[in-house]
Design a protein around this ligand. Structure first.
Ligand code: FMN
Length: 261
């Protein structure tokens, strides 16, 4: 008798048959799960992109759930910005430029020695978005920001008024801070503290601060830290100040203020 016949002749509850059935089932189940995961990947990518676009609409104050996201997003002008010069570059296609991949690529990024935002590498190029008014003048600029909180890197956007100094809004679209503690960065009540705050004082010194107490510069530059989540708040303070500094968007904001954008 061959090995297959001998196997078939075994009683159904024998150890080899039980193991065979279990292994076959596991293999089949893992194949189904992998096939579904692979086939859903493009849908997930589209949903991720849509979520990011919704966040841009929200931070710019123009999100309307009744309006198609793509249609609403068409009002935004994406540009790839070279951080060091504060000027737009056409080296890359702004519609497809991948900021996160650029931050990992040694050709387009730098390893940070002074790294208050805890990001390790910084892309030299980032995608920013302009929203214009009906007359074609810049109304708002939407700038991506990211940095480490307590447990995770928070990714989000800050929207500034056309004067490049007044904050219109701030929101994160991805992080893994603790629900009820650090994740309160998503609480609408906390996000509502940002509009109207200012980045720099009259002398151009960066003053915006997320902390329990207001900085000496005054309440215009102060966003209250989250209660019970001081460490995430410190992370947000550091990342906002980093991205608004010379190493971040300061050169671009100077150009914006000078009317050169
Ligand atoms: C399980 C667990 C999760 C926590 N998650 C966070 C968090 O996401 N962000 C944060 O700032 N603090 C978090 N904390 C609290 C910090 O350890 C720390 O106590 C807190 O940031 C201090 O803030 P406070 O001075 O406002 O109380 C967490 C604590 C525990 C035990």
């Amino acid at each position: 008798m061959g090995p297959i016949r001998r196997f078939l002749a075994l009683p159904p509850d024998s150890v080899p048959k039980t193991v065979f059935v279990a292994v076959t089932l596991c293999l089949l189940a893992s194949m189904v799960v992998s096939a579904v995961a692979v086939s859903l990947r493009p849908v997930q990518e589209i949903n991720k992109l849509k979520d990011k676009q919704i966040n841009i609409l929200q931070v710019a104050g123009v999100y309307d759930p009744e309006v198609d996201v793509l249609e609403a997003f068409a009002a935004f002008e994406p540009h790839v910005l070279e951080l060091a010069t504060g000027e737009f570059t056409d080296k890359f296609d702004a519609a497809t430029f991948d900021d996160r991949a650029a931050a990992d690529n040694p050709e387009t990024s730098v390893a940070l020695e002074d790294d208050p935002a805890g990001i390790g590498r910084q892309s030299r190029f980032v995608t920013v978005y302009l929203l214009r008014d009906d007359a074609g003048a810049i109304d708002r600029v939407i700038l991506p920001i990211h940095g480490y909180g307590l447990w995770s890197t928070l990714y989000g956007f800050i929207a500034l008024e056309a004067n490049g100094n007044d904050i219109f809004g701030l929101q994160f679209y991805s992080h893994a801070e603790t629900p009820g503690l650090g994740a309160e960065v998503d609480n609408p009540r906390w996000k509502a503290l940002w509009p109207g705050k200012r980045l720099a004082d009259e002398d151009g010194n960066l003053q915006i601060t997320v902390a329990r107490a207001a900085p000496p510069a005054g309440a215009d530059f102060h966003v209250d830290a989250l209660a019970g989540a001081t460490l995430t708040s410190v992370g947000v303070n550091n990342l906002v100040r980093f991205w608004m500094s010379e190493a971040g968007y300061a050169p671009f904001l100077e150009n914006l203020k000078a009317g050169e954008i």
